[in-house]
Design a protein around this ligand. Sequence first.
Ligand SMILES: [Zn+2]
Length: 267
Amino acid sequence: MKTALFFCVGFMVFTNMIFAQFEIKLSEELFITKLSDKIYVVTHHFPWESNSLLVKASDKEIVLIDTPYDTTATALLIDWVYKNLNPQKITAINTGFHVDNLGGNQYLLEKGIDIYGADKTCVLIEERGEKTQQQLISWLKPEQERIKKVYETMVFAKPNKIFKIEDGINLKIGNLSFDVFFPGETHSPDNLVVYIKECNVLFAGCMVKALSYQNLGFREDANVKEWPISVKEIQDKYKNAQIVIPHHGLWGDLILVKHTLDLIMEY
Ligand SMILES: [Zn+2]
């Protein structure tokens, strides 16, 4: 069964036609792709594509790693989760301070959903949150007025369950364990990864690039010197990862980590 499952996942990665059959459309901008009975990738285009992860930790518990960009999409997602997965509890994790990590925080907190995040993420929201917001707005084209309005009024809410970034945290939720780990600075000074060992799934976030990405992307907050050292640490620590999910673009296996190292070397 498990082998069959992984075959399916691998097959999906390479076959867009099959891939589409596993996709659930919540809106023109928000999609869910079911990778297994426990793992769902949520992709939000607002306007840039960005992945978060939904994990069914047990029949009663759901974990959401990062959020869609804004309140509307996050509300749509949480609604879908309650209607389709029937959890009694949802727990969230933020893997960084950028809007693609936590744009939905305010909504989650309003709904009583706890959000785990690093102390450093809270500091960066305060120090750089507004600057990042202005940057995003400056990248939008005049015809993207609707999206611009959302970013202009957006509130960057901090996580409410804080841990020291250098300690990381290991969360046991339902039948699964979530190893939340900081390997050092990368794409941002606070980017974390989350490894679910029972599923061999690594949510690698913004520090790992999809194969379709040919450069490092947004580097304003990046530490390009430390980035390769940190990514190598991930490569060593999570050797058994079978599925690696980047924040942007299509997931795959550890080859994405290798691809990222190549991109940093070229840079
Ligand atoms: Zn990102």
